[in-house]
Design a protein around this ligand. Structure first.
Ligand SMILES: Cc1cc2nc3c(=O)[nH]c(=O)nc-3n(C[C@H](O)[C@H](O)[C@H](O)COP(=O)(O)OP(=O)(O)OC[C@H]3O[C@@H](n4cnc5c(N)ncnc54)[C@H](O)[C@@H]3O)c2cc1C
Length: 407
């Protein structure tokens, strides 16, 4: 005997958006969350500024996504950057657009936005059940939860799974749902780190003197893509900014060849010929480091990268040194562990879902957010897509319930 309420499992941006659509339509919603509080990863995403979306045409926006199905553009089209901005304004949180088009709430942090959102959901009758971990289906197809009071069995009218990807387990999204889906015969593509750091076999000098150093004013390229965002050297390798933007292409190369090359242009505003001319014009009696500093203003971590990735013979010849400065190959030996990635690629396969994000194998069960197999760089694309698919799943449930009522 099913209830007339809908279960949403997971209280990240995807689950809360599904709960919003359903409760706005007057449907009773229970949100079940394994952790002791809601939206922990959303809060973490806002720690240094919640980049919730990104300006740009619909086409530009979509071009940032990978591994999506033909249906995905409709979901994003229905809830893109303009809709996210209006949605925040409705919650009393106007948007701030950064110089590169990144959209943030003016408060920058996620906590005021999440508080206002949870308040509105509660006013719309949404019930939030914390410390309720979904553990699978019963023989009869009801949901079973592990709760502080013991096992709870719930037979909802419909279900939205919004269980997140497989990184930052301590925030709740541990990817454990993948084996439950697998056992139920639902195709799940393996998780892969995305927006992640990479390992480099640094020399001791590089590791000891430059771990933590930001590398600014460079151009990074990999797999036919390029970016001028900065990145950081770490004790293990490289991370953040431009490295995250190129992480999908770099991950592909590592998967195919066991390692990848990140190409660095240390002087993106100077061409090779001018770089070589300035180097050659510097007095030969000066050390190479001094010529680099005086003729080209390459110092600190940038000079260290050059010494790390180019051999002495190359650097002794101004023409070859200039080529190295403009296209320096940094060998990446692997990715950091998946749990440290900002997000994960992989998840529920698109062909396991219908056009309304319902699992074909389980009528009345819908999926939303990062748990579906799409991928995008940071920059606001992740959260927007989570909200857009949460909305689509919520609408799918409404259509499903309406169809059931007339059967
Ligand atoms: C450090 C960091 C910074 C980030 N910065 C940005 C950014 O600036 N911009 C951006 O767009 N994205 C950013 N992201 C990514 C973004 O936060 C995620 O893509 C987004 O939160 C995913 O939303 P979701 O609703 O799909 O899943 P999640 O937010 O992961 O929520 C899933 C929820 O499901 C719960 N859950 C899991 N399993 C169960 C279960 N069995 N039973 C009950 N509950 C369960 C989890 O506890 C969790 O609360 C960042 C991520 C990190 C880690």
């Amino acid at each position: 005997m099913t209830t007339d309420r809908v279960a949403v499992i997971g209280s990240g941006p995807a689950g809360l958006m599904a709960a919003e659509v359903l409760s706005e339509a007057g449907v009773g919603v229970d949100v079940y969350e394994a952790m002791p509080s809601a939206g922990r990863k959303f809060l973490m995403a806002g720690k240094s500024g919640l980049n919730i979306s990104h300006t740009g045409s619909g086409h530009d926006f979509l071009m940032r996504f990978r591994d999506y199905s033909g249906l995905f553009p409709d979901h994003i089209g229905a809830f893109g950057p303009d809709e996210v901005t209006r949605w925040m304004e409705d919650l009393g949180m106007p948007a701030h657009v950064g110089p590169t088009g990144r959209i943030f709430p003016q408060s920058m942090k996620a906590s005021p936005l999440l508080r206002a959102w949870l308040r509105r959901l509660s006013e719309q009758g949404v019930r939030l059940h914390l410390k309720h971990r979904w553990t699978g289906w019963t023989q009869e197809g009801a949901l079973s939860f592990d709760t502080p009071e013991g096992e709870l069995i719930v037979p909802p009218a419909a279900i939205v799974f919004a269980l997140g990807g497989g990184s930052w387990r301590r925030l709740g999204s541990d990817g454990a749902w993948a084996s439950l889906f697998d056992q139920a015969g639902i195709e799940v593509a393996p998780f892969r780190p995305s927006n992640c750091g990479f390992t480099v076999d640094w020399s001791d000098r590089m590791r000891e003197q430059f771990a933590g150093a930001p590398v600014k004013g460079v151009k990074l390229s990999a797999g036919g893509q390029a970016t001028r965002e900065e990145f950081a050297v770490t004790a293990r390798g490289v991370e953040s900014g431009g490295v995250y933007t190129l992480s999908a292409a770099l991950g592909d190369e590592i998967e195919a060849k066991g390692s990848a090359t990140l190409w660095l242009d240390l002087l993106p505003d100077l061409d090779v010929a001018e770089t070589a001319r300035r180097l050659a014009a510097a007095p030969a009696k000066q050390s190479f480091s001094n010529r680099l500093r005086k003729a080209l203003k390459i110092t600190g971590v940038k000079a260290a990268l050059l010494f790390e990735c180019a051999d002495r013979e190359t650097l002794n010849d101004p023409a070859r040194a200039a080529e190295a400065i403009k296209a320096l190959p940094l060998k990446l030996t692997g990715t950091v562990p998946v749990d440290e990635a900002i997000s994960t690629a992989g998840g529920v396969a698109w062909n396991a879902l219908d056009e309304q994000l319902m699992l074909k194998a389980k009528p009345g069960h819908f999926c939303a957010g990062e748990m579906i197999a799409w991928d995008a760089p940071t920059g606001g694309y992740l959260i927007t897509a989570c909200m857009a698919t949460g909305r689509a799943a919520g609408r799918g449930v409404l259509d499903w319930l309406a169809r059931r009522a007339t059967e």
